[in-house]
Write a protein that binds this ligand. Structure first.
Ligand code: NI
Length: 137
């Protein structure tokens, strides 16, 4: 059967402060500007989870998108929705919570649990104008 990529979109919101504790306050302000605001700020994130695999001849699906949604909620969204990336999220401890670092952390949480098929790509939108993508390299 042909390999097809299917994508499920999920939304969450979360707070963060982009801050490197190894640098001075002045350097943090210079590097990160408003994103270094000490009292946090939030984003409405959009996460696109793409799974690639063969079409199951019994169902016609690569993966049941309802089951995929449930898996992503259990492994990732429930851990980060309405939370603070700097303070609350186990898999972001010790990491500057930029979109780049968030998407790699999400990949590591999800990738071992994806089946059938394999995790092919994540896209994380921090704002309507900014997104990052990761395919596991
Ligand atoms: Ni931000």
């Amino acid at each position: 059967m042909p390999d097809v990529t299917v994508t499920r979109r999920l939304m969450f919101n979360a707070a963060h402060r982009v801050h490197n504790p190894a640098l001075s306050d002045e350097e943090n302000t210079r590097l990160f500007g408003k994103c270094n605001n000490p009292n946090w700020h939030g984003h409405n994130y959009t996460l696109d989870v793409s799974v690639r695999g063969a079409i199951d001849p019994r169902t016609g699906y690569v993966v049941d998108l309802g089951a995929l949604k449930q898996l992503v909620e259990e492994r990732v969204v429930n851990e980060i929705d309405h939370r603070n990336f700097n303070l609350d999220v186990r898999f972001m401890q010790g990491v500057i919570p930029t979109s780049e670092n968030i998407i790699v952390a999400i990949w590591r949480e999800l990738e071992p649990a994806i089946r059938p098929g394999r995790l092919a790509r994540l896209v994380l939108w921090e704002t309507p104008n900014n997104y990052v993508e990761y395919a596991g390299e």
